[in-house]
Design a protein around this ligand. Structure first.
Ligand SMILES: NC(=O)c1ccc[n+]([C@@H]2O[C@H](COP(=O)([O-])OP(=O)(O)OC[C@H]3O[C@@H](n4cnc5c(N)ncnc54)[C@H](O)[C@@H]3O)[C@@H](O)[C@H]2O)c1
Length: 452
């Protein structure tokens, strides 16, 4: 901290704004404030800002509430809806607004990025760096640079750079404070120096830095997500083959994982990926590649997406197999709604999708998730919600594990067996110990696993 005070005194610590204070922006703002920067968060959602300004966090992210509270108490972290204030305050402006899938298309919806950049630009009357962190289609920077230069009173003294974000929800604080790399897409030495100053405490940890042009920086994010999604769908494709051949995908994945060239991370078979990033990002990437006339280069992403969605259909098939017939009228306990554990994010969540598929087939679905109940209820009010896994499982004909929360992994199969009608468990995440559950009298099934 003494070093930070020196930097402030010598004016080398830029003042930061973070525009868009959702999962990414709120985390970035609070982490940067915790590193000693003065940070102003900007959003159009007044309710969200009120919670943040009060030292709270309007979503679930481990470790974040403490940082927001400390940042607000220290006076280094403030929030506003005013772009005028943001432009006057900041030297470096991080754009962290959403880029969801456009309705009726695979393209990314750039409305929010465009609106944020334009609202900021008209107030920029001194040199400033605008840094894109949102995930956008390659080529976006040219358009945004043109808008910035045209709208900003400071004209070409306002520059654009790109710093793609790789944080994982559930580990967002750790990933922001100790990222495995920083990618700086810049078009001038000045922009690079601004970015280095804005990330000085992170770079001092020895974090690898990749300096490149803006187009490459934007592509790095698309490529990283394409690779991760492909790895997950690869092992799920193997699960499909295992299901036809009475082979076991768990053993297969384990055997592959010992090969250093392959590695075991993201090689976990199951219900597949979801959330606010991977699905929409691979679709937007394929869409952008097609626009650029190189659609064939990433046409495999269509397969990756299809394999992923088929896992949800297959989970329903397996449930029918497990109960030996139709699901209509049966009581199904769904454990999990979030797209992954340690998150309350239900955007494109496989768990909630499968629960809803059961419901549409006429099952009586009761769901529990440790953190995502409010978000799940907002999207799927027709489902029944329970306050605990045991309450959800009471008198159930089938229990389905859909999100691998630690709470669910640690359930005692004997105790749960005492409250259900039938001891049938579908482990959609390969998260439970099959032998332990089988020994407790459960009929255990998992995608791609041989029926014991
Ligand atoms: N969530 C993640 O794990 C993650 C990781 C890496 C990258 N990203 C990318 O970061 C971006 C943001 O994702 P997110 O998950 O934080 O989304 P989010 O929906 O949680 O947050 C977006 C925020 O932007 C605000 N906003 C919208 N328009 C605005 C405007 N004109 N001015 C100011 N604020 C505005 C919204 O009110 C919202 O609070 C996306 O491009 C996403 O792909 C997200």
């Amino acid at each position: 901290m003494a070093q930070d005070l020196d930097r402030h005194a010598s004016g080398t610590m830029p003042r930061l704004t973070v525009i868009g204070t959702g999962y990414l922006g709120a985390t970035h703002a609070a982490c940067m404030a915790s590193l000693g920067f003065h940070v102003l968060g900007v959003d159009v959602d007044e309710r969200k800002l009120e919670v943040l300004a009060g030292g709270g966090v309007p979503f679930f992210e481990p470790g974040l509430p403490e940082l927001v509270r400390k940042g607000v108490e220290s006076g280094r972290l403030r929030f506003t809806t005013s772009y005028e204030e943001a432009a006057a305050f900041g030297d470096v402006h991080f754009i962290c607004v959403g880029t969801p899938q456009l309705a009726g298309s695979n393209a990314a919806d750039m409305t929010y990025v465009d609106a944020a950049v334009e609202a900021l630009a008209v107030h920029l009357d001194r040199p400033a760096l605008v840094v894109g962190k949102s995930t956008v289609p390659v080529g976006t920077a040219e358009r945004l640079t043109a808008r910035l230069t045209a709208l900003a009173p400071a004209g070409t003294d306002v520059e654009l750079a790109w710093n793609p974000e790789f944080l994982r929800e559930g580990f967002a604080v750790e990933d922001t404070l100790q990222p495995d790399r920083l990618v700086f897409g810049v078009s001038s030495e000045w922009a690079l120096q601004q970015l280095r100053a804005a990330f000085a405490p992170v770079l001092e940890l020895g974090t690898p830095e990749v300096v490149t042009d803006i187009a490459t920086a934007q592509l790095v994010k698309a490529a990283a997500n394409a690779f991760l999604a492909t790895k997950i769908s690869f092992i799920n494709a193997m699960a499909e083959i295992c299901e036809r051949t009475d082979a076991d995908v768990t053993d297969l994945a384990l055997a592959l994982s010992f090969d250093d060239r392959i590695g075991g991370k993201f090689l976990k078979p199951g219900l597949g990926f979801g959330g606010g990033c991977l699905p929409k990002d691979i679709r937007a990437f394929a869409h952008r590649a097609a626009e650029l006339g190189v659609g064939k280069s990433v046409s495999f992403l269509q397969n990756v997406d299809e394999i992923n969605v088929r896992r949800r259909e297959r989970t329903v098939d397996l449930a029918e197999q497990l109960v030996g017939g139709r699901l209509a009228g049966l009581r199904i306990a769904c454990l999990g709604a979030a797209f992954k554990p340690n998150s309350d994010d239900v955007r494109d969540a496989p768990a909630l999708d499968v629960a809803h598929r059961f419901y549409r087939l006429g099952a009586d679905v009761t769901l529990h998730d440790p953190e995502a109940m409010v978000n799940a209820r907002r999207i799927r009010p027709e489902l029944t919600y329970a306050d605990s896994a045991f309450e959800a499982a009471a008198d159930a004909d089938l229990v389905v594990l859909l999100t691998e929360w630690t709470d669910f992994r640690q359930i005692d199969p004997l105790a749960l067996g005492a409250v259900v009608s039938h001891r049938r468990i579908l482990d959609g995440r390969h998260a439970l110990d099959r032998d332990e559950w089988t020994a407790a009298g459960w009929d255990y099934r998992a995608l791609g696993r041989r029926h014991a």
